[in-house]
Every structure is written in structure tokens, then in C-alpha cells.
Design a protein. Sequence first.
Length: 190
Amino acid sequence: MAMLDKTDILRGLRKIDALALEAAVLVDLAVYGGAAIALTFDVRRSTRDVDAVVRGSPDFLRRAAAEVAFDEGWPEDWLNDGVKGFASAHEQMRLMAGFEASPAGGLRIHLPTPEYLFAMKCMAMRPEGLEGSHDISDIEALADVAGIGDVETALSLVEAFYPASRIPPKVRFGVQEIMERVVARRAANP
């Protein structure tokens, strides 16, 4: 599968924006995962796909994403909603500059705050490399971006977005291990 970098992702989203404006359709799209990291923080260079959840006009978005995939030679699932299971009822999102849409239509993109994306990545936490996963390195980078300084703060942050009963022990142990590495790295490189 081809990797999409920030330029690719933006090109694909701008094409969908133009198609939505031309069709006078307003599409609200929340972008998560590696794509959100690449678009917002320049921490990650590329991703396999764009994890997103559409709010409004899902049929239009499917057709537009398929058209972009065909035009670009990308896989049909370059834009997918596989992330839905990790969305929080308490999500914190912000509007992406350049994608505010208009009353006449277009694409309005919402991106998670660093804290929310940190919590989502912790809940998803797949081993590094599994299915192309970068979850662990993303969590480490997001801890730096969000200024998360210790295990307790990290776990409290995850619990702010997800009920404690829904956080599996493997996530708690993983966050502890990752944050211990982050704290040690920071101490070694002040």
C-alpha cells in the first residue's frame, strides 16, 4: 500500500472540498490518527490511510473519496472510518485552518487536540509495526507535544476521555511503560 504524506493528504482533501463546493454539499469530516498527526504537528511524515468520521453527507463523501482514489491511483479505502470505535463521547476537536467550508458547501475538517489524540492513540495502542502501526512512537511524540510529564498525568488524561472501566489493563501498563521511557529520555536530554 502506498504511503500518504502531508502533501498527498492535503491534495486529496482539497479535491473533496472542491467536489463538495461544486455540488453545494457541506461535509463535516473529523480526521484522526496518523493523518491528524501529519497535518497538525509535523511529527509523522506519512500514513497508510486517513482515519476519519463523517458527520453529514456520507454518501457524497464515499463517492468523492472513490473519485479521488481513482484519480490519484490510491487504494479505495484511503479515507475510511475504521477509527469510529475509538472516538470518545467527550472528544475535543478544533476546526482546521483552510477547511472551514462555507454556507454554499465544501469540506469542513475537524482535528483532535493533542490531548485527545494522545488518549485515542493510547486506547488503540497496537505494537509498533503491527499492521503498519506507529501508535507507540505517536504516543511518545504526542506526550511531548501535549506536555505530558508523568504516568499519572497520562493516565488521568486517558480517563478524561474514556470511562476507567473501558480502559484495558494492557493500555494502563503500556502507558506506564511508554511514559517511563519518555521521562527517562527527557532527563537524559534536558
